[in-house]
Design a protein. Structure first.
Length: 152
């Protein structure tokens, strides 16, 4: 299985947004410090085209992962801490529910083997395991410096 380019770009964009959290002293009405970043800054930092970042920001905001703040100190910020956002959350914001096969989607009847398929009843467990694995990886892990790989 491979993530789509948009799902990959969403993780890259959210990682860049997460790096800005706590980097300034802006304070929300609730008294918490919040850093903000623009779509243009995210595009510049990630190397993604501005229209792509704007589309991703729209999808990620609709999913409740990013929040847009208007005003002089406005911009984008994470809707919750990076440690509380999983890679599964980000992928699902762009791709929809995580599923390796279409046959487990309710209402999808596009498989010629559906009536006699012995694998179909097992795909839900596989999909749950895949989602669980991605849910166990917090966005905060993508913000931290990766460990140095050993040179062989």
């Amino acid at each position: 299985m491979r993530l789509s380019s948009m799902a990959d770009y969403a993780v890259v964009t959210m990682s860049a947004a997460a790096r800005h959290c706590g980097s300034t002293s802006l304070v929300d009405a609730d008294g918490r410090k919040r850093a903000r970043v623009s779509s243009a800054q995210l595009a510049d930092e990630t190397g993604l085209p501005v229209p792509t970042v704007q589309k991703l920001v729209s999808m990620l905001s609709a999913a409740g992962l990013l929040r847009s703040v208007r005003g002089a100190h406005g911009g984008l910020q994470l809707a919750r801490p990076a440690a509380a956002i999983s890679i599964a959350d980000i992928v699902e914001a762009v791709e929809g529910p995580i599923a390796l096969t279409a046959c487990v989607d309710h209402g999808k009847q596009d498989c010629a083997l559906e009536c006699s398929c012995s694998a179909r009843p097992h795909w839900s467990a596989v999909n749950a395991a895949m989602r669980g694995a991605l849910a166990d990886v917090p966005l905060s892990r993508f913000v931290a410096q990766p460990p140095k790989e050993a040179v062989l």
